[in-house]
Design a protein around this ligand. Structure first.
Ligand SMILES: Nc1nc2c(ncn2[C@@H]2O[C@H](COP(=O)(O)OP(=O)(O)OP(=O)(O)O)[C@@H](O)[C@H]2O)c(=O)[nH]1
Ligand SMILES: [Mg+2]
Length: 455
């Protein structure tokens, strides 16, 4: 389909998670009660959502950084922090969302193709809130004196590309005046000439009539046999496959060859049906052009009768003088609006692309590698393990022991051993460094303590 495209790149970051609280119940006569630290609130997500109300990406031309609200911290007495609000970025329907490499700005992959009103994808999830100390009670640890920090939110570079589909396509024999019509209807200035196949590539024009605005495509002329590859038509039939409305243009004069308008009308419809049967059922308005030429009244009436019998709307116009054009433009605008509404209300489920992207991202985040960084120094690289480090309160010994246990559960210890790391070696993750204590170095934590850690 011929398209207007519009591309922009934005940076999105979810809200950070609030920190969990480390607190103990205070009661009269109870010197030190049980832990009662609430959880931190979740940070808001950045969501990209398709909206039928929008027709361009201008909102993202000048503002490039978008942040969702952070979660607030947990408090004592088991009061949880408040979740941050999602930040919803609206885009026109027909917007493709892609993830970019933050360094090179190269496209990593397509995240979503938002084609229906309301379709959405979370492009930067907020961080989860840190858990309060109530979560870390075990049979051997009655008074956990640590809580989790909030999870830092994800940040991404995103490309938005709007692909504007034509709402209506001008279809007809060569030289019937399709390019002249689009030039009359819009600011498009296609080549117009009195020889066939003047138009070689589809042109688009934005039409404004009354309250309506819509996009019309001017495609090259079709001839008998177009559906089987004759003429230039075949490759262009493809362009109208996804157009909601067909504007079937007929030269009422019959042109130089003295063709019969009704026969032309039949030939084009047969070609459409032969190319794809559903094209024959596509809503169609029939436009008899060149009605400025004298002596056409009878022909117009005849064609009109045939067209109305087929259940299509009929318009008699002149692209040359402009006669009948305003009526046609308003009628097409009304039809396009109806078709858009029907499309928005169709039962086709609005897809949520969030899960799909999350799965791909998580698989990528979970992965980590161990690389030597010097004599008995090892670096663990991976988004997931790095995030765990950032979420840990390193001043707090219990929290660090807890982290080490988590690492052993997700296989970091095994990977270190496999790489040749030995007890006493230095291990570096993100901006942190610690001594490797060897597998099973932590006898203090019960296994049931960490069941919820298994992702
Ligand atoms: N008298 C008259 N001539 C017209 C009218 N509209 C177009 N023409 C003439 O018809 C010829 C073909 O017009 P185009 O607009 O190039 O036709 P087209 O359908 O785009 O042709 P292709 O691109 O070759 O398929 C030109 O010489 C136009 O000046 C009209 O309303 N009245
Ligand atoms: Mg043309």
């Amino acid at each position: 389909m011929p398209q207007f495209t519009d591309i922009c790149r934005i940076n999105v970051k979810g809200g950070d998670g609030g920190a969990g609280c480390m607190s103990f119940r205070r009661e009269a006569y109870v010197p030190k009660g049980g832990p009662d630290g609430g959880d931190g609130g979740r940070g808001g997500n950045v969501v990209i959502q398709a909206s039928a109300q929008l027709s361009s990406l201008v909102d993202y031309r000048f503002k490039h950084h978008f942040r969702a609200e952070r979660g607030t911290h947990g408090q004592g007495s088991r009061r949880d922090g408040k979740n941050g609000e999602d930040l919803i970025l609206k885009v026109p329907m027909g917007t493709v969302v892609r993830e970019l490499d933050p360094e090179t700005q190269e496209v990593l992959f397509d995240i979503a193709d938002l084609t229906h009103d309301g379709e959405r994808v979370i492009v930067a999830p907020g961080g989860t809130g840190g858990r309060g100390n109530t979560h870390f009670v075990t049979s051997t640890r009655r008074a956990p004196a640590f809580a989790e920090k909030g999870e830092p939110a994800e940040e991404h570079w995103i490309e938005l590309e709007m692909k504007l589909m034509a709402d209506a396509a001008l279809v007809g024999m060569p030289s019937v005046g399709k390019s002249s019509l689009i030039a009359r209807m819009s600011a498009a200035r296609p080549k117009i000439a009195d020889y066939p196949f003047t138009t070689l590539v589809p042109n688009l024009g934005m039409v404004r009539a009354g309250d309506y605005s819509y996009v019309v495509a001017d495609v090259p002329g079709l001839i008998e046999g177009a559906s089987t590859g004759r003429g230039l038509g075949h490759q262009f039939l493809r362009h109208i496959e996804r157009t909601a409305l067909i504007m079937h243009v007929i030269d009422i004069t019959g042109g130089f060859e003295g063709r019969d308008p009704i026969e032309d009308y039949r030939i084009i419809n047969d070609e459409l049906a032969a190319y794809a049967s559903e094209l024959a059922d596509r809503p169609q308005v029939v436009v008899a052009n060149k009605c400025d030429v004298s002596g056409m009244t009878e022909r117009v009436a005849e064609l009109k009768r045939v067209v109305l019998e087929d259940g299509h709307d009929f318009f008699a116009v002149s692209a040359l003088t402009g006669a009948g054009m305003q009526t046609l433009m308003l009628a097409v605008g009304e039809r396009v609006a109806e078709l858009r509404k029907a499309l928005a209300e169709s039962d086709e489920p609005a897809e949520d692309f969030t899960e799909l992207w999350e799965r791909r991202r998580h698989a990528r985040d979970r992965a980590f590698t161990v690389v030597p960084e010097g004599e008995r120094i090892w670096r663990v690289l991976g988004k997931g393990v790095e995030r765990l480090c950032v979420q840990t309160d390193w001043e707090n010994e219990d929290a660090v022991i807890y982290l080490q246990h988590r690492f052993s559960r997700i296989g970091v210890d095994d990977a270190l051993e496999a790489a040749g790391c030995e007890a006493g070696d230095e291990v570096r993750i993100a901006g942190y460094s610690f001594a490797y204590e060897g597998a099973d170095a932590d006898p203090f934590i019960d296994d049931d303590d960490i069941d919820e850690e298994v992702e």
